[in-house]
Ligand binder design. Structure first.
Ligand code: SOE
Length: 388
């Protein structure tokens, strides 16, 4: 008998859509005891029309306009927080106190102080939780983790990440409001550091272990923009672009770059790791490919590079690749929305006695510490250590 998992989603924007789709699809592709039910969606009364349309599109059973009432409902098992960052803290803490399981969009919080309070509340309540760093569940990135754990990269020397987009180049793009709250520091907390580099940091620490210290520089190219809500031209206080150097606990060196001013780049997230035994390279604009350079045979420890050795482009669509046996046949690719479905499938498996789910709020707290250290370093122009 399937076990119903009654979901209440707060927010009806881009992330509300990706998560709703995951709840609807997961049972079609992964065998799990839990069957998510789209019980309720919630948004402010000002968004009534939008929420009604959202509820109809995805088939929600009910609508709420006050999140406190949603949390009081005994027929809701899991609260999914898909609203702008400034609201994460209060919603997650209240959901934990109400004993609900929690799914929260990234970044976890506006800052480390908030994130610490959220982790304390969630851990005190002992509720299952997940933070949506969805890119860990790109099969090629999961394969990179497997290849590293198999020792095929060996001692890492360098880690290089970029996360570039181009949608804020025009000075006419306003800040604030429904679609562009990511440009408003009061709502987003920070710019590319919290929005994009948080993804790169989550992936980097998952693959290459904790970052110990950073030195950063940020830039705000367009200093004033019209605010969509006030109609006034206001100073822009987010970081439009950020670059930082990092030292990992394993002794390797990292470089990270992110901007929303990389003309031509839409969602260009890459990483490369160079180790003693091999190297890996990934590019989200070519998401089903993992590139691998093999220098040493891990079975014998002997050098195998010869005159025919080059980078292998692994088409990560075979049944033996992470997640792929749940999808189509080899060669048929999956995309962005599937990363949320794969993540949810792992989360449900963890409720059913499977491996513990990551990233949790505690994992996301560490990412938040790195983000805050990056912003602090950019302000002070100095190296900043990250507390463990
Ligand atoms: C920003 O444009 C954004 O939507 C991020 O907020 C998401 O986390 C990222 O995955 C895609 O880009």
């Amino acid at each position: 008998m399937p076990k119903k998992l009654n979901v209440g989603v707060i927010g009806c924007g881009f992330m509300g859509r990706t998560h709703s789709n995951a709840y609807l699809q997961v049972g079609h592709f992964f065998e799990r005891e839990h069957k998510p039910v789209l019980k309720a969606c919630c948004a402010r009364i000002e968004e009534k029309e939008k929420l009604e349309k959202f509820a109809n599109t995805w088939g929600y059973e009910s609508l709420e306009f006050d999140w406190k009432e949603l949390l009081e409902r005994s027929d809701i098992d899991l609260i999914d927080v898909c609203v702008p960052n400034v609201l994460h803290h209060d919603l997650v803490i209240a959901a934990a106190k109400a004993g609900k399981m929690i799914v929260c969009e990234k970044p976890l919080a506006m800052n480390v102080r908030e994130a610490e309070e959220m982790v304390a509340a969630v851990e005190q309540a002992g509720v299952a939780n997940m933070v949506s760093f969805n890119y860990r569940r790109v099969p090629a990135i999961s394969l990179a983790k497997q290849v590293i754990d198999e020792g095929r990269v060996g001692r890492p020397f360098h880690y290089r990440a970029t996360y570039n987009q181009d949608y804020t180049i025009s000075a006419d793009v306003p800040q604030g409001g429904m679609a562009l709250w990511r440009l408003d520091a009061k709502v987003a907390g920070s710019g590319v550091t919290g929005d994009l580099l948080a993804h790169s940091i989550d992936t980097a620490e998952w693959l290459n272990g904790p970052i110990q210290k950073v030195v950063a520089h940020t830039e705000t190219f367009i200093k004033e923009r019209k605010h969509a809500e006030t109609g006034k031209v206001e100073p822009v206080t987010i970081d439009d672009a950020c670059m930082f150097l990092a030292l990992f606990a394993n002794g390797s060196m990292g470089t990270f770059e992110s901007t929303r001013y990389a003309r031509g780049r839409k969602n260009y997230s890459t990483f490369e790791i160079n180790g003693e035994n091999g190297a890996l390279m990934f590019d989200l604009e070519d998401p089903h490919i993992l590139q691998y350079f093999k220098y040493v045979d891990p079975a014998t420890g002997k050098k195998i590079e010869d005159h025919l050795t080059g980078w292998q482009r692994i088409n990560v669509t075979n049944f033996e690749h992470p997640y792929m046996k749940h999808w189509w046949v080899p060669g048929c690719t999956i995309g962005y929305e599937h990363t949320f479905i794969n993540g949810l499938a792992d989360f449900l498996a963890s409720l059913e006695g499977g491996p513990a789910f990551h990233p949790t709020v505690r994992d996301a707290l560490h990412t938040q510490r790195v983000c805050e250290a990056v912003l602090d370093s950019a302000k002070r122009g100095a190296w900043v250590e990250i507390p463990v």
